[in-house]
Design a protein around this ligand. Structure first.
Ligand code: NAP
Ligand code: GDD
Length: 348
């Protein structure tokens, strides 16, 4: 009988961590996740598996730890003896990284280094494969379009810069210690589990509240930023595929098409039978509900970033060719899928 594989996921309570844990459990893995202590338990995204059938619970374990705390990371790695580590823990909000640049660097740059050092110093280099959650934010103001694995990096935020350190240190451990360590350069991916302060969920939740008369307006920043938005549930499979290859290598994961924040808002409201008419320009631009003439979208400069990433779109052809991975859910389907879940949420 084949030995059960053991996976350790940092950032297990997050959007991707929760989908990845479910995916790996289905594949027969024993899954260990790291959770941070907080005043209220944030296990909503893990409810299916944490409180699920007993058999599954025996294969899913949570450990208290923090990516800024080397001792906890090393102790958990030592105890779990993972075959695969997925480092997803991060301060993942680009806007917030301008408010907390030092903390973001500690978490997003030094965090992965702590995990790599734990694997190395415990003598697990031959046993444990390492995945790093890299990001299209590293391309920042991209020098070419679409972006691929060899596009030069030009990050524009403390978040992007911290993630670039993590990307490069992962490559360094691969080369210096012959470690199976690689990074997925993932473009934006969303889902009904997406954090509520990212623009997609902010829009979909506001649209519902506006229709239910619990909110008057949606305040947004840059309406014209373009992103390559895919479906998170599909992206976690690509992470796993990268660790199943013969050789470690970095891959871009994207849909290959991009859309503006404004388009996203239009589609989300359209699901609720609301068409938006836009009037004005710059910070005076407003979105008006065609049916009743009410202003439902306004600009709040608070949401502008000191340096913005205007236009990202990825070329995932290497992943298609070598991993056999391709996105199934594109823009319209993604918006519909998230809205279908929001509509069911009676708390909104
Ligand atoms: P997310 O929902 O914000 O999840 C982040 C996870 O990291 C959460 O589980 C969070 O725990 C944990 N975390 C944060 N600080 C930590 C710390 N100091 N110690 C331990 N855990 C910590 O992010 P996501 O969307 O799932 O993204 C997963 C990873 O992929 C992140 O590294 C992100 O930067 C990267 N990424 C995301 C995208 C995207 O579009 N989603 C694209 C490219 C790369 P709490 O639940 O306790 O907050
Ligand atoms: N969050 C937010 N809130 N963004 C807004 C708003 C708003 O009210 N209004 C406009 N935007 C614009 C942002 O300026 C940005 O250009 C775009 O919408 C997307 O913002 P986010 O949804 O916050 O995502 P992000 O692209 O900055 O970062 C996400 O994707 C990265 C991959 O490229 C995060 O998931 C990162 O962790 C990830 O690495």
């Amino acid at each position: 009988m084949e030995k059960t594989k053991i996976a350790l996921i940092t950032g297990c309570t997050g959007q991707d961590g929760s989908y990845l844990a479910e995916f790996l459990l289905k594949k027969g893995y024993e899954v260990h996740g790291i959770r941070r202590r907080s005043s209220i338990a944030k296990l909503d995204r893990l409810s299916r598996i944490h409180y699920g059938p007993h058999a599954e619970r025996n294969k899913f374990f949570l450990h208290y730890g923090d990516i800024t705390d080397s001792a906890s990371i090393t102790q958990i790695t030592k105890r779990v003896k993972p075959d695969e580590v997925y480092n997803l823990a991060a301060q993942s909000h680009v806007r917030v990284s301008f408010d907390t640049p030092e903390y973001t660097a500690n978490t997003d740059a030094l965090g992965p280094l702590r995990v790599l050092e734990a694997i190395r110093t415990l003598g697990f280099v031959r046993k444990t494969k390492f995945y790093q959650a890299s990001t299209s934010e590293m391309f920042g103001n991209p020098l070419e379009s679409p972006q691929h694995e060899n596009t030069p990096f030009f990050p524009r935020s403390p978040y992007g810069i911290a993630k670039l350190y993590a990307h490069l240190i992962t490559a360094n451990y691969r080369e210096a210690y012959n470690m199976f360590a690689c990074s997925g350069i993932l473009f934006n991916h969303e889902s009904p589990r997406r954090g509520e302060s990212f623009v997609t969920r902010k829009i979909t939740q506001a649209a519902i509240r506006i229709v239910r008369r619990k909110q008057d307006k949606l305040y947004l920043g840059n309406l014209y930023a373009k992103r390559d938005w895919g479906y998170a549930k599909e992206y976690v499979e690509a992470m796993w595929l990268m660790l199943q290859q013969k050789k470690p290598k970095d891959y871009v994961i994207a849909t290959g098409e991009n859309h503006t924040v404004k388009e996203f808002a239009e589609l989300a409201f359209r699901v609720l039978d609301i068409d938006i008419e836009w009037q004005g320009q710059g910070i005076s631009e407003k979105g008006i509900n065609k049916k009743n003439g009410k202003i439902i979208v306004e600009i709040d400069p608070y949401y502008f970033r000191p340096t913005e990433v205007e236009n990202l779109v990825g070329n995932a052809s290497m992943a298609k060719k070598e991993l056999g991975w391709a996105p199934k859910t594109k823009f319209q389907k993604l918006v519909n899928l998230i809205m279908a879940e929001e509509v069911k949420n009676k708390d909104l």
